[in-house]
Design a binder for this molecule. Sequence first.
Ligand SMILES: [Zn+2]
Ligand SMILES: [Zn+2]
Length: 648
Amino acid sequence: MIKITFPDGSVREYEKGVTGMEIANSISPRLAQEVLAASVDGETWDLTRPIGHDASVRLLKWEDEEGKHAYWHSSAHLMAEALQILYPGIKFGIGPAIENGFYYDVDPGEGVSIKESDFPAIEKKMMELIAAKEDIVRKSISKTDAVSMFSDRDENYKVELINELEDGTITTYTQGSFTDLCRGPHLPNTSYIKAVKILSAAGAYWRGDEKRPQLTRLYGITFPKKKMLDEYLVMLEEAKKRDHRKIGKELQLFHFSQTVGAGLPLWLPKGTQLRLRLEDFLKKIQREFDYEQVITPHIGHKQLYVTSGHYAKYGKDSFQPIKTPEEGEEFLLKPMNCPHHCEIYKAFPRSYKDLPLRLAEFGTVYRYEQSGELHGLTRVRGFTQDDAHIFCTPDQVKDEFLKVMDIIFIIFNALDFANFEAQISLRDPDDKEKYIGSDENWEKAERAIIEACEEKGLKTKVELGEAAFYGPKLDFMVKDALGRRWQLGTIQVDYNLPERFELEYTGADNQKHRPVMIHRAPFGSMERFVAVLIEHTAGKFPLWLTPTQVVVLPVSEKFNDYAFDVVKELKKFDIRAEVDDRNEKVGRKIRDNELKRIPYLLIVGEKEVENEEVSVRKQGGEDKGSVKLSTFAEEISREVEEMMNRGN
Ligand SMILES: [Zn+2]
Ligand SMILES: [Zn+2]
């Protein structure tokens, strides 16, 4: 008999060789229907794999990342099996599960291509294999046997992978006529998969190397219920409509010019307005929380980054140094603001009375990204962080975390991100050697972060071993209107840079001490944040933030003068308004300005001019009727005021 320990701490005895599926069945048949895989001593196993020793077991369902992972990985095999039947001679690269679904890199052979029009036939074949309820069987295999097996089938990509594996660790998985080199884990059989969809095909170099053959990467997704697939496809359609690159163009917010360079966004006037307004909003909060603004240059001496350690880490793989013509000095585009801020700290002798010192900067940094990795505003080569560094004593860490969290809550509230969670990244308790900083300080900081989250009632996930070598951190993840998760703000403790830059303060004991440095950026970067905000709001920004709040539409040219008077009046209330004085029918003007996502449309004609009124139409079509212009202006000002103060 062996002892199985469950997550709640309870222990049950089972016969040696019991499987995850048998354990699930012994608890309840309903549970057995829902489990997809089992976590055995922290490793994900097939439900059919016998457990031969005492172990901690967690049964994994769709809701568990690892369960979903096994599900989608099995779906990749299912797609490969269908492809092998439909495209004899097809060769396979790798086929992993990803965040949403899975892909398989395939080489269909000379002159053969797999196009979107082929997807229905592949899906149909997959459904047939599901109906056949094929068992998915794991087998250990020697390296020699694996090589000869895949060589026989001319699977040269697989043979290359096998040659890099250690003998004794190799396993295959077989279902029907298809066998894959694979570590698993997998579902017990193909019938677990209920709904399938091939999503897209793209080119992908074998092993990401452009000198190697280009394969076809087929993306797909599957679900345990047809309804879930339908909902997912609706969400995808909506996501396409909300793509920030598309809306950014429609609203004339930003532009990319290949002449300026890939990944270097040009902010257009409307986008700049939006961004500056966001910056002002943040600066106001920073002032309230006693931050001091600083400005530092876009480049720094190479030695600065050698000292900070950034050169050793990024130097070779990033933008190369800029050299002066005569002196041979070397400068780097700044990849981070922190080293500059450390030098500001060092500009004066500091005492404990100066701490915490909070230095804030909207600092633009440059990092090299491969051109294939660039994506709209979310992956760029130059971006501006809403950065700040807090220098404090070890005892002040918790208080500072609480304050930064307050700031983050104010921001998320004002921008309608109701749904967010946080991840705490801590040390690996079994490998404390690899971290810099004293044990005592680490313990203090880790405890401070956990307590701060508890005090704020924040939903958190704790990840052991995920901390950087230089300190623990807290990352914020927001869920957007479509339920997609985006990583935004971060708060990070750092024991490394104060050490490298030899930062000091004089304590109350008159002795020299090292301050702790905290990096924090609630938005991450202005670029990324604006991208997320566009996709979250579909370009319908909150009233306080949107570049144009009101557009006035005269029903004919006769009323243009009045329309401009209206704009002038609204300006007195700080309301951003413009006139659409094109010689178009008013119906056309309404349609065009709805597309620009302007929150308020004011229609003016004979009656409005006479009564000093405006006829108010809200974005989306709601007709509010005619009101006095002054009443409208006051209402809008109040609405903006309330939104900006929300959460405060
Ligand atoms: Zn596999
Ligand atoms: Zn920093």
